[in-house]
Design a protein around this ligand. Structure first.
Ligand code: NAD
Length: 277
């Protein structure tokens, strides 16, 4: 297996491995085993969130692995109900405590929750975490262009990353282009469509899988990587983790990329950030 995961430069001056491992919906009882497996397979970038209720187990897996802290890129996210003034600092400190670390590589606002209109205040507090070094980079998740525009206008620090739903039927072209202009890196959640539609059965994906003698999931991840997205697939199965990590031994042609690009329907399978509250 070739395992040279590219590093993407962030506006914080730090670098993020382009391929990581997500732990949404990994049961806390399984999380330590799952994350230990992911680290053994070779992943060095783990994406969790306070809302996933498995930060303690992610931290336990990192310690059990024996891998030095500075070789692992660790992301967590502020829970929606901790946005209130005064809660953000406490929530961040509890995340560090549960993960058993003294800094995060990336701390994200999980959702903008525009109806509550708190994200500008929350970001001000996030900036203090970046300034005191407890968050090596700060960013957002599920932000739409108007939310980013407003944040950039008021912020001292531009978000390093926006982690958003992104997969072949929802490619986020306009958002990606806006973010490229502002130096905000695009991170894809639900990169395999969360299993909510028959992504792996789509003709261009099947054709490329056959042409390269790989699995459809590997084609989709390769499409993300060649598009420039940071990508964090999830699986509880060690075999699939290994498959998803083994995506550096082949390359999609321009025609294969174009055929997958043409699958875009601009259709979400997850929540609309304008409405999530
Ligand atoms: P995903 O697109 O990674 O799909 C995961 C599902 O795909 C798994 O349950 C598994 O059944 C299947 N799968 C994985 N590898 C496979 C393979 N090789 N072959 C066949 N099937 C395979 O969806 P996700 O877990 O929702 O997203 C990835 C990560 O993104 C999450 O774990 C989480 O860290 C993050 N996320 C963030 C947000 C957010 O609001 N910021 C929302 C959802 C997810």
């Amino acid at each position: 297996m070739t395992s040279s995961v590219p590093l993407i430069q962030l506006n914080s001056g730090t670098q993020i491995p382009q391929l990581g491992f997500g732990v949404f919906l990994v049961d806390p009882a399984d999380t330590q085993r799952v994350v230990e497996d992911a680290l053994a397979v070779g992943y060095r970038h783990i994406d969790t969130a306070t809302g996933y209720n498995n930060e303690t187990e992610v931290g336990a897996a990192i310690r059990a692995s024996g891998i030095p802290r500075d070789e692992i890129f660790l992301t967590t996210k502020l829970r929606n109900d901790h946005h209130k003034a005064g809660d953000v600092e406490g929530s961040f400190a509890r995340s560090l405590d549960m993960l058993g670390v003294d800094y995060l590589d990336l701390y994200l606002i999980h959702w903008p929750l525009p109806a509550r209109d708190l994200y500008l205040d929350t970001w001000r507090t996030f900036e203090t975490f970046a300034n005191d070094g407890r968050a090596r980079a700060i960013g957002v998740s599920n932000f739409l262009i108007p939310h980013l525009e407003r944040l950039i206008e008021h912020a001292d620090i531009v978000p390093a990353v926006n982690q958003v739903e992104l997969h072949p039927i929802f490619q986020q072209r306009e958002l990606r282009s806006f973010q490229a202009t502002h130096g905000i890196k695009t991170e894809a959640w639900g990169p395999l469509g969360q299993g909510k539609y028959d992504l792996f059965g789509m003709a261009p994906i099947q054709a490329a899988a056959a042409a390269h003698s790989v699995q459809p999931a590997q084609v989709v991840l390769r499409w993300h990587l060649q598009t420039g997205n940071i990508v964090i697939p999830k699986s509880n199965s060690r075999d699939r983790m290994a498959q998803n990590f083994d995506v550096f031994g082949f390359e999609l042609s321009a025609d294969e990329m174009a055929a997958i690009d043409a699958l875009d329907e601009n259709r979400r399978v997850g929540g609309n950030p304008a409405e999530v509250d």
